[in-house]
Write a protein that binds this ligand. Structure first.
Ligand SMILES: Cc1ncc(COP(=O)(O)O)c(C=O)c1O
Length: 407
């Protein structure tokens, strides 16, 4: 070290103090290794527990038919793509999956990505530049917010589901190219974006609308085609449609669907598509089977809808502070992290895996249980979960204090 040079601050010390800060504020995460049991439950330290936390809404991630589709595709196509799409990794199965997706969603074309995260980053970075504007719902998924930042665009977040506020932002920045970006169904709140209104705003303001259908695909809309479809929006009104395989389709990976012009641009300019190994062709083949299944299986969607309706109608009478959501994501707001963690633990001990969602994933003071419904849950388990939640509410010291203050 030259004389007088400042000492470089050590990494380890900084990381350790960040961990301590997270521990002190109950924000430290520690993933536990899970094992699925044959009956669809999860093996946990408290014994077998029902899954009320995954995004496997239609149960396909653990479906024997889907596992079989993957195994036989692997026999045929091997385990890997061998390179990026642009080199020699673009297999016939990728091409067919992209065509199936385009057909399902009524778009001219689609392009695959390795994950929803890379689809969002790649798309926004390819489309936006530093002179452009990106208006986003404040509760959009982190990958959409990060995509706009990565692109160097001006990111403006409007209050949740407030189309008038989105319009005001776009009007304030007339003369700049702009995108309006929203989740279709919000991942932590479970409610739907006002897509018809957002589409009207983006048409009036000549901004491209991008909808992330991660939690809507397979579940909402005709043939499960998502929330833009459910809102009756023509393809031209939603030029950028993103979907993921990691939720109702029971796999992983993602895609963007749209015009020839859009997809050609992404194939050439979306860096997480260009410079990464393509999904295994066997995987693409398996996802083709999942698309076919989800698209034409109304019975699966009906089974999910039945569970959502049962859960909501029975919870209404129990006074549970559920958010207003018609989707498979049913958040129960508890406020403080400690309270959400206490309920998570009590539920686990009673046989239910439900996750406490805390800041920074959700805003400070809005920690919650993110209860998710899926078709593998027996109705009796849903009923028992509701009874347990009602009991926790009755016994909860914070709820008692709230009741006393109110009386
Ligand atoms: C709304 C939304 N978009 C995108 C993603 C990212 O998708 P993936 O898990 O495929 O990276 C998620 C993941 O949870 C999500 O909830």
């Amino acid at each position: 070290m030259s004389a007088g040079a400042a000492r470089r601050p050590p990494f380890a010390l900084a990381l350790q103090s960040q961990i301590e800060r997270r521990l002190a504020t109950h924000q430290q995460r520690q993933p536990l290794a899970q094992r699925w049991l044959d009956d669809g439950r999860i093996e946990s330290e408290a014994g077998p527990v029902y899954d009320f936390c995954s995004n496997d809404y239609l149960g396909l991630a653990r479906d024997p038919q889907q596992a079989q589709a993957l195994a036989s595709a692997a026999q045929q196509y091997g385990s890997g793509a061998g390179s990026a799409h642009a080199v020699c990794g673009h297999h016939l199965q990728h091409q067919r999956l992209e065509a199936d997706l385009a057909d399902w969603l009524g778009r001219p074309r689609a392009v695959l990505f390795s994950s929803g995260w890379s689809a969002a980053l790649g798309t926004l970075d390819a489309l936006l530049g530093r002179h452009d504007l990106c208006a986003q719902d404040r509760l959009n998924h982190a990958c959409l917010l990060d995509g706009a930042k990565l692109a160097g665009s001006t990111l403006k977040r409007y209050p949740h589901a407030d189309a008038a506020a989105a319009r005001a932002i776009l009007q304030e920045h007339r003369g700049r190219r702009a995108m309006l970006v929203s989740d279709g169904v919000f991942s932590m709140d479970g409610d739907s974006a006002p897509l018809a209104e957002l589409a009207a705003v983006s048409a009036d303001e000549q901004a491209w609308l991008m909808v992330d259908e991660a939690h809507a695909l397979g579940v909402i809309g005709e043939q499960g085609a998502g929330s833009a479809n459910a809102a009756g929006l023509r393809a031209e009104l939603v030029p950028v449609l993103m979907g993921t395989f990691g939720k109702a389709l029971g796999g992983f990976g993602a895609f963007v669907a749209g015009s020839e012009l859009l997809i050609d641009t992404l194939i050439n300019q979306a860096r997480p598509h260009l410079f990464t190994t393509a999904l295994p062709p066997a995987w693409a083949s398996c996802m083709r089977a999942a698309v076919e299944r989800v698209r034409f299986s109304e019975a699966l969607r009906d089974a999910l809808t039945h569970r959502i309706e049962r859960f909501r109608s029975r919870s209404a009478g129990l006074g549970l502070p559920l958010m207003d959501s018609a989707s498979a994501i049913q958040p129960l707001i508890l406020g403080a992290q400690t309270r959400a963690l206490r309920w998570e633990k009590a539920l686990l001990e009673d046989g239910f895996a439900v996750k406490a969602i805390r800041p920074p994933t959700v805003p400070e003071g809005s920690s919650r249980l993110r209860i998710t419904l899926n078709v593998r849950q027996p109705m009796s388990a849903i009923q028992r979960l509701l009874e347990t939640l009602a009991r926790l509410l009755d016994d909860d010291p914070d709820a008692m204090a709230e009741r006393q203050n109110a009386s």
